[in-house]
Design a protein around this ligand. Structure first.
Ligand code: DGY
Length: 324
């Protein structure tokens, strides 16, 4: 059968499809498809592998009911209208678990880079300014023994907590919809209210899913409750923070620094003031971007599709209840 992929994918995925007797059309142009183009492409195919931010909204799902399988090449699924998928009984696959280590590494990298102003200082060298040593110049802050606050303690947050506890003996506090008793035992993590998380964290890292409840939750009011010495990290979804409020919080020194792998909006404009701030590090949404992780994600996505094309239940469906 025929699969449409919105991006070129690692060869391991192409091999799995070929071994299963399927053919793949890859959209290899470096531009997003318009929704009408995506629908037209899907009409010619039996399954969709959606990588990137394409909106799989109600209209798209209604137009593409013929698809035998849809999978995302991501764990996040905020680009899909899951209520409509439930209504139409369309299973949607994703790639959980395998990207937790790489994404937690990205959060750790940003935390450390922000704490020592690493991106800013590297940029000043490339502008020809090595600087002149001054004992009070370019000072960072240390992480040892500080408190890591995790907003949304799932697989990625747990990986980050382990790394921070091992590297810097950081204390772990978290806020979730539900208590995570395993993490409380394993990491001595302490459950706190959202306000306590804001007030007590030295580093606050966002790992929740984007939902109506978490959209814009890091706003002026939230930043105003954080410590002036704190660092805000977001590797989850940019829409969780209000970017103008974040800029103001940094300018007014409500918080000390910020590390973002996700921005609001994406892509970030090149003249965004955040890119000029010494205590800010920004990456272009590369949290899961390692060879190993992208291969592992591709294997899960390919297996999701092959199962769907075989009339089987996907192992990693976000909405397995639609199979009932
Ligand atoms: C994910 O898997 O959700 C990553 O953020 C890539 O979009």
């Amino acid at each position: 059968m025929k699969i449409f992929s919105t991006r070129a994918i690692p060869s391991i995925g192409l091999k799995l499809f070929a071994d299963a007797g399927h053919t793949v059309t890859q959209h290899t142009e470096r531009r997003e498809l318009a929704q009408s183009e995506l629908i037209a492409a899907c009409r010619e195919h039996d399954a969709l592998l959606s990588a990137g931010p394409n909106k799989l909204d109600a209209f798209f799902l209604q137009q593409c009911r013929h698809l035998k399988a849809i999978t995302l090449l991501s764990v996040g699924y905020d680009n899909v209208d899951m209520a409509e998928a439930a209504k139409l009984k369309m299973p949607i696959g994703n790639t959980p678990g395998v990207l937790s280590g790489a994404t937690a590494d990205t959060a750790f990298l940003l935390m450390l880079a922000v704490s020592r102003k690493a991106f800013y200082l590297s940029n000043t060298i490339s502008k020809g300014d090595w600087g002149f040593y001054g004992p009070m110049d370019n000072l960072g802050i240390e992480l040892n023994g500080k408190t890591l606050g995790i907003f949304g303690l799932g697989r990625i947050g747990i990986e980050l907590a382990h790394k921070c506890a091992a590297a810097y003996h950081m204390k772990i506090i978290y806020h979730n919809r539900n208590r995570n008793e395993a993490a409380e035992k394993e990491l001595l993590a302490k459950y706190v209210s959202f306000d306590e998380l804001l007030q007590q964290s030295d580093v606050l890292s966002a790992h929740a899913n984007l939902s109506p409840e978490t959209n814009g939750i890091f706003n002026k009011e939230a930043f105003s409750k954080m410590k002036p010495s704190s660092i805000f990290i977001n590797t989850a979804r940019g829409a969780m923070h209000n970017e103008q409020h974040l800029i103001e919080a940094l300018q007014q020194k409500n918080i000390w620094g910020a590390g973002l792998d996700v921005t609001n909006p994406e892509p970030m404009e090149k003249d965004n003031i955040l890119l000029t701030m010494p205590n800010v590090c920004v990456l272009p949404h590369v949290g899961s971007g390692t060879v190993e992780t992208r291969d592992a994600m591709t294997i899960i996505a390919a297996k999701n599709i092959i199962a769907g094309l075989d009339g089987q239940q996907m192992e990693h469906a976000i909405n397995p209840e639609v199979y009932q």
